[in-house]
Ligand binder design. Structure first.
Ligand SMILES: Nc1nc2c(ncn2[C@@H]2O[C@H](COP(=O)(O)OP(=O)(O)OP(=O)(O)O)[C@@H](O)[C@H]2O)c(=O)[nH]1
Ligand SMILES: [Mg+2]
Length: 400
């Protein structure tokens, strides 16, 4: 299964807009709170410099696509309803819908950097709300969401604990199952909090809350500072970057990205997601208003920030925060598969993965009968413990 990334934030910050900018799936976008109720799922793409051009070939991906020198590799995205302060007490849409995010590997926390919306997502005019307040309450809501999962299951779990049916990390692992947290991580949190040997029945409420918070801290989270096309956002983004140095903070303008991608689809411009400029191809395909909008984007977004930030957020999550790398299967003598597709596959794998992990990702049998890998660029050979590098192109040799 591929990587999955969730979008969370208060209403009207542009979660669905960012989802649309990343997936180009048409979803409901509107200026009133709680536009989204049911989750949206779609495919977004991380950007990798494609190795094809080094071999003088144009790759032909089975999944994703090539644009310019880049390969866009699919990951799953999930957009959910807006979260308001007190959601854990049932305010707004409550926090149960966050269960749709249980499976995600990382979260993008979307805030309205233009400060145009209050904590409930109501429009208050640009600059009239401090977006760093959002980060505080959203983090607290995530903590309380995990706490509420614990609470829902506590009695049963505490009974198993008292009967010593199985170790705590297994009991709690089941309660938090699907949160993508390993038993080892759970055990570490328990030990660090000095709760490993304390009978669960006797945990205080504060202890449960602290445990929930520490579990949340194991999740990968980055902040997307959206609506950076509104000039006043600049100051707020600088403040957010200073205040949340430990998390990643990335400017973005979902609306700008949608406009650029649309104009690119119409072949009015040539735009590669993540870039700091675009080329005019055929202005006659656009009306006056659309041309003005694109000029505005160049001047107020691309020239100011170097990108719309939309592509950059996803790349930052996967490559910088989650520390994944992209690895390509290929043959020393042949880069195409049976159907003639050149470099058809690209695997996203955690940093530190080995040649054997790579073989396994391709096919279980390759791992079972593994002999060696050959670096297609250098023709060097490596054994099963070879640590994969970002953008490696490797042939797996197996004895079958
Ligand atoms: N200026 C500006 N406005 C944006 C941007 N992205 C979204 N918006 C506007 O913000 C409003 C809310 O956008 P949505 O994408 O529906 O927001 P949401 O977070 O999904 O909202 P809910 O589903 O209600 O929680 C809409 O009026 C969008 O046009 C942006 O990059 N810049
Ligand atoms: Mg929405």
């Amino acid at each position: 299964m591929g990587l999955s990334i969730g979008l969370v934030g208060k209403p009207s910050v542009g979660k669905s807009s960012l989802f649309k900018a990343l997936t180009m799936v048409d979803v409901e976008i509107a200026s009133y709170p709680f536009t989204t109720i049911e989750p949206n799922k779609g495919v977004g793409y991380v950007r990798v410099l494609d190795p094809g051009f080094e071999f003088n070939v144009t790759s032909n991906p089975k999944y994703g696509f090539i644009k310019g020198k880049y390969r866009f590799v699919p990951v799953e995205l999930v957009d959910v309803a807006g979260l308001v302060p007190g959601a854990y007490e049932g305010r707004g849409m409550g926090n149960k819908f966050l269960d749709d995010l249980r499976q995600v590997d990382a979260l993008i926390l979307v805030v309205d950097a233009s400060g145009s919306t209050d904590e409930e997502g109501r429009f208050v005019g640009a600059g009239n709300y401090d977006p760093s307040k959002d980060v505080e309450f959203l983090i607290n809501e995530l903590d309380m969401w995990i706490y509420s999962i614990l609470e829902r299951n506590w009695n049963k779990a505490a009974r198993l604990d008292v009967q010593k049916v199985k170790p705590k990390e297994e009991i709690l692992g089941e309660v938090l199952s699907g949160l993508n947290i390993s038993k080892e991580e759970i055990k570490n949190v328990l030990i660090n909090l000095d709760l490993y040997d304390k009978v669960m029945q006797n945990w205080s409420d504060d202890e449960k809350k602290l445990f929930a918070k520490k579990i949340r801290e194991t999740k990968k989270i980055v902040i997307a500072a959206n609506k950076c096309d509104v000039p006043i956002a600049k100051e707020n983004i600088e403040k957010l970057k200073e205040k949340y140095k430990d998390m990643g903070v990335m400017h973005c303008s979902a609306e700008s990205e949608i406009a650029l991608k649309r104009a690119d689809d119409m072949q009015a411009i040539e735009y590669i997601p993540g870039e700091g400029s675009f080329e005019w191809k055929d202005k006659s395909k656009l009306n006056e208003k659309q041309i003005k909008a694109l000029e505005y984007i160049q001047k107020n977004v691309l020239d100011v920030y170097g990108s719309t930030g939309v592509q950059n957020i996803l790349d930052m999550v996967v490559f910088d925060i989650m520390k994944y790398i992209a690895v390509f299967p290929g043959g020393v003598n042949k880069l195409a598969d049976k159907e003639g597709r050149v470099l058809p596959d690209c695997f996203l794998m955690p940093q530190g993965s080995t040649a054997l992990d790579f073989a396994k990702a391709i096919h279980e049998d390759f791992a079972k009968h593994f002999i060696k890998v050959i670096d297609v660029r250098t023709k060097k050979m490596y054994g099963k413990d070879y640590i994969l590098k970002h953008r490696d192109v490797l042939e797996v040799v197996a004895g079958m």
